[in-house]
Design a protein around this ligand. Structure first.
Ligand code: KIV
Length: 267
């Protein structure tokens, strides 16, 4: 079974999906041996690997390089690679060329940010054989127009728009959708409305799965980490054990706990 089909099967069987970001071969091999369900080669590498202030400077070549490193170290783990800023927004054809490069580097699926505006592009890619993961809520590539990294979709109108966007992505053929920094209640409603898996980050524990930035959950990231991060090195005797604790906590629903979620009800 393909890695994507086996992940969707787990979701249908109500098994939570544990995903982490990863950008290199050494960590990828640790993640696979710990039993991670999916690896996201995220453009967060711009910040945590390259020291950039945002994800915007990350290039398609950067993403291809890190995707290939992860792919060389794994055998059967689903690899999702981010389409970086500027590589897909101009047209579906531009998105196809960029996605094809990441698939040739070893990705099984590409992730892109946005809802309605991206639906045609998602349809274009999926109808040409490229699985797509959507990304709604906090969109780091739009941080200069959305006004920052805080919680999103706080009003009723914005919450309804997010659910509509999720439905449009599903209709366009997306295989799953990441929900970032939204109220837990809205993430639950979205998960109930669509059939494809929802993967939360700062979206409460009623999504179908969870993702964190690897360096955040290992406590490596300097400075203040967001509310939704838990340092899994606390109480672990090795990196391998911290990763195993993360997977177990996602699977048994103990992560994220209340203190990692935005519980404000939808207005
Ligand atoms: O790039 C990334 O790490 C991401 C996660 C925050 C979901 O997109």
């Amino acid at each position: 079974m393909s890695p994507m089909l086996s992940l969707q099967q787990k979701c249908r069987e109500d098994e939570k999906i544990a995903m982490l970001t990863c950008y290199d071969a050494s960590f990828a091999s640790r993640l696979e041996s710990a039993g991670i369900d999916a690896i996201l080669v995220g453009d967060s590498l711009g910040m945590v690997v390259q020291g950039q202030p945002t994800t915007l400077p990350v290039s398609l070549s950067d993403m291809a390089y890190h995707t290939a490193a992860v792919a060389r170290a794994t055998r059967n783990t689903l690899i999702i690679a981010d389409l970086p800023f500027g590589s897909y927004q101009a047209s579906p054809g531009q998105a196809f060329d960029a996605a094809a490069r990441l698939m040739a580097s070893g990705a099984h699926c590409v992730k892109l940010e946005g809802g309605e505006l991206m639906a045609d592009t998602v349809h274009f890619l999926t109808s040409r054989g490229i699985p797509v993961c959507g990304h709604l809520g906090l969109l780091p590539q739009s941080v200069f127009t959305s006004g920052g990294y805080g919680i999103q979709a706080k009003t009723t109108a914005a919450a309804e728009r997010l659910i509509d966007d999720a439905l449009l992505l599903e209709q366009a053929g997306a295989s799953m959708v990441v929900l970032e920094a939204i109220p837990a209640a809205l993430a639950r409603q979205t998960t109930e409305r669509i059939k494809i898996p929802t993967i939360g980050i700062g979206a409460g524990n009623e999504c179908d799965g969870q993702v964190l930035v690897l360096y955040d959950m290992l406590g490596i990231t300097p400075g203040k980490t967001p509310r939704f991060v838990r340092n899994f090195m606390d109480g672990a005797s090795s990196i391998q054990q911290a990763i195993e604790h993360y997977i177990a906590a996602v699977k048994d629903g103990s992560f994220p706990a209340h203190q990692h979620s935005y519980l404000k009800p939808v207005a």
